[in-house]
Design a binder for this molecule. Sequence first.
Ligand code: SF4
Ligand code: SF4
Length: 347
Amino acid sequence: MISISSAKQQATINGELALARGSWVKLICGASNQDLASIADLCAVYAVAGVQCVDVAADIAVVNAARQGLDWAKSKHGVQPWLMISLSDGKDIHFRKAWFNPEICPQDCSRPCQKICPAKAISTNKGIKENLCYGCGRCIPICPLGLIKEVDKHIEAKEFGTLVSHVKPEAIEIHTAPGRAQAFKQTVGELTKTNTNIIRMAVSCGLEEHSLSPETLAKELWQRFNCLKEYGLKPIWQLDGRPMSGDLGSNPAKASVNLWQQIRHWAPPGPLQLAGGTNGYTINHLNDRYGPEGIAFGGIARRLLQPLLLEAQQRNISLREWPQGWDSALTKAKQLISPWLIRRANH
Ligand code: SF4
Ligand code: SF4
């Protein structure tokens, strides 16, 4: 175990308090998102807006960009959310990129792939910009010629020990799936060798992608719980309603709430946190004052700020250096997350 500084102790306490009272909010930058300039600004804006955690790809350049944004938020505004990195114990759609060879596309293609990409990752002549693609998969079925392929980018357990030792995140998330209890255990085993103080180990799993019943998912989560308990690790259960769809409106928002309602009575001990399809509509689907302990916003959090991030990049500055853009971004971020901070904190 490394020694914990007093600043880190305070950050630990703040995050734990938020989980205990149910006001935990996390920013998901995307397990495959490597858009470094945007990540630094996103982390800064949402940290100042009040999230307790930012969740980024397990990539040293991404972590450095996130730390840059978080360090700025700490020095200017005194806030210090946890940094979480996301891993997977096997193949997972959150850890993929799309790819095609632009040289074989017909000149007269109307380019539906380019139009549907929420990350503006597809350029007119050069194919997919790998750093911008976060693997949502929407371009794959829309190509009339089937030219777009999915490329698995998840890293193996034996590869991420060095990364984790180096970046020392406050928390780690493991995306898991049914039948992978052994792979999960191996992953946790590798992580515990890294001599890193992990405050919480988040476990992400959902029903839709794996066609599970709530009871089966609960059994799988109990297996993960027993594994974490063996290693003395505290969980957060991330319920992934409809993966990577938070920018698509009210229906995906309902999926994440439905999953929580289906699983809450069977889930193992530990805070339950919504994800996958969460957005500004999510809170309207909760009619029970005993809601989940937390929520994570991904696609919608990024989409809300995208025009401002792009404009800042066109000006060759960061959002942090552009007061008008910063104020607009912060207002949008607060509008998204504040209902969760206020609603839960009042209970
Ligand atoms: S649509 Fe999604 S998967 Fe396709 S390039 Fe854009 S971000 Fe990547
Ligand atoms: S839709 Fe298919 S053919 Fe058309 S530009 Fe995109 S990848 Fe090429």
